[in-house]
Design a protein. Structure first.
Ligand SMILES: Cc1cc2nc3c(=O)[nH]c(=O)nc-3n(C[C@H](O)[C@H](O)[C@H](O)COP(=O)(O)OP(=O)(O)OC[C@H]3O[C@@H](n4cnc5c(N)ncnc54)[C@H](O)[C@@H]3O)c2cc1C
Length: 417
């Protein structure tokens, strides 16, 4: 197949990596996004972890209890805010169906394999382009305050270890040797799992640096342009209507994050994606020596942390609560308290950058990376809590599929429908 013109809908980390891969394969590419620059929505201030060693699906046997208890307790790992939205209820029913031990194991096998595959492609993109994004390559630390938490995480990790993902069990003292920045935590912790192969970096910086490289390769970006409708003629998309006029291409790739289902529903395409809300704060580091060297997750506090250059990012919360991204400072109080207890000695929490993001979650946790039932429309959507980690691999898969090549990856679990 010769070069074609692709219109990539969405300039988050998924859309931009897709555009880059398509352009690298010789296609003409245009990217359209409603925001005035790339990665301003869910890819803006996520936890930053590139984490194959945490590539588990969220739907698990413990999830239904967490969701139920969240109705009267605010400290659960997954929270539900009941809403009069039948779409939310339908998504939650689908999610609950994925919560058996067997489904959790099968889904986690898909997500962790995709994260591993993706890491190779992400590293390839970084090598090819030289983009800089406050990357840290020294691994990630997964911390457990209780012995029971550590035991269960360690036995669960067997599945990942079988795949060749390294996870080393550590005492508090070992953890401190790997990362002296954990001085306020290591003493209280039962221990941790250290994943030397995991990485981290700022997805917003990465995506915008990649926009520059893609532009140099001839990719056109149309920002501040909202897609309003995909118009079908026969079995193909004929044009895309936007608030800045119509756009046409040979093929279209849908990468609209949490908004993806809305734009294709009228085409009969049912994408089981619902937003799962999370919070982050970003604060300046005041003492580099005392700050964490690598990122990680404090499981009992349900908090991820990540050094990003001279900043520290801390994230928490998974709330099934619809598309609302509004927040008040009070929403951040529990996160701020815990973050300050851990890192108050090395970062300035007096004026944090607050952010709320919506993870585009599928019930099973894996994205949909496939051709849609409409011939020239491709889907790269639903990357949930691991979209930064999965973006490189999913872009490579789509770039193979559109050219009729069999991807070097088993698509089982990623297909539409
Ligand atoms: C709190 C939090 C922490 C996270 N931590 C991690 C982590 O540590 N590691 C990890 O791997 N992942 C993490 N994630 C997940 C990751 O951030 C997402 O999976 C990823 O950013 C999704 O990228 P995307 O490109 O699909 O979506 P987005 O970044 O949302 O991109 C979609 C784009 O579509 C555009 N758009 C939408 N509608 C329209 C329209 N009608 N017209 C034009 N443009 C439109 C938007 O403007 C946006 O730019 C986290 C997410 C959250 C919320």
């Amino acid at each position: 197949m010769g070069p074609r013109h692709f219109l990539v809908l969405g300039a988050g980390v998924v859309g931009v990596t897709t555009a880059y891969k398509l352009a690298a394969n010789g296609h003409r590419v245009t990217v359209v996004d409603a925001e005035d620059r790339a990665a301003m929505v869910t890819s803006y201030a996520n936890a930053g972890l590139l984490a194959p060693a945490q590539g588990y699906a969220w739907a698990s046997p413990s999830a239904p209890g967490l969701m139920l208890r969240s109705l009267w307790r605010g400290d659960q790992a997954i929270r539900v805010r009941p809403r009069a939205s039948w779409r939310q209820w339908r998504w939650m029913l689908r999610f609950l169906r994925e919560c058996t031990a067997a489904r959790h194991a099968a889904n986690s096998a898909v997500t962790s394999a995709l994260c591993q595959f993706s890491q190779l492609h992400m590293n390839r993109i970084v090598r090819e382009t030289g983009v800089r994004y406050d990357a840290v390559q020294g691994g990630l630390m997964y911390i457990y305050r209780s012995s029971s938490g550590l035991e269960s995480a360690d036995s669960k990790a067997a599945m990942l270890r079988q795949r060749g993902i390294r996870l080393e069990r550590m005492s508090g003292r070992d953890m401190l040797e790997v990362d002296p920045g954990l001085s306020r935590i290591a003493g209280d912790a039962a221990g941790g799992l250290y994943a030397p192969g995991d990485e981290s970096g700022d997805a917003h910086l990465f995506t915008n640096a990649l926009v520059e490289r893609a532009e140099a390769m001839g990719v056109t970006f149309r920002f501040s342009t909202r897609v309003t409708r995909l118009v079908r003629r026969g079995s193909t998309i004929a044009r895309v209507e936007t608030d800045q006029g119509d756009m046409t291409a040979d093929d279209y790739v849908l990468c609209l994050g949490v908004r993806s289902p809305d734009l294709v529903r009228h085409l009969g395409i049912d994408l089981p994606i619902w937003p799962v809300r999370g919070y982050s704060i970003t604060v300046p580091v005041t003492d580099r020596e005392a700050a964490p060297r690598i990122g990680g997750v404090d499981y009992e506090n349900l908090m991820a942390y990540c050094p990003m250059g001279d900043r520290l990012r801390i994230t928490a919360t998974a709330e099934i609560a619809g598309h609302d991204r509004r927040f008040t400072q009070a929403d951040f109080a529990p996160l701020l308290d815990k973050a300050q207890a851990m890192f108050g000695h090395c970062a300035d929490f007096s004026n944090p950058e607050y952010w709320v993001g919506l993870r585009p979650m599928t019930p099973h946790g894996a994205p949909i990376v496939d051709r849609s039932p409409v011939g020239n429309l491709w889907l790269n959507v639903g990357h949930g809590h691991l979209g930064w980690t999965m973006s490189g691999g999913c872009a490579a898969i789509i770039a193979d599929l559109v050219d009729g090549r069999v991807p070097n990856y088993d698509l089982e679990g990623l297909r539409y429908g």
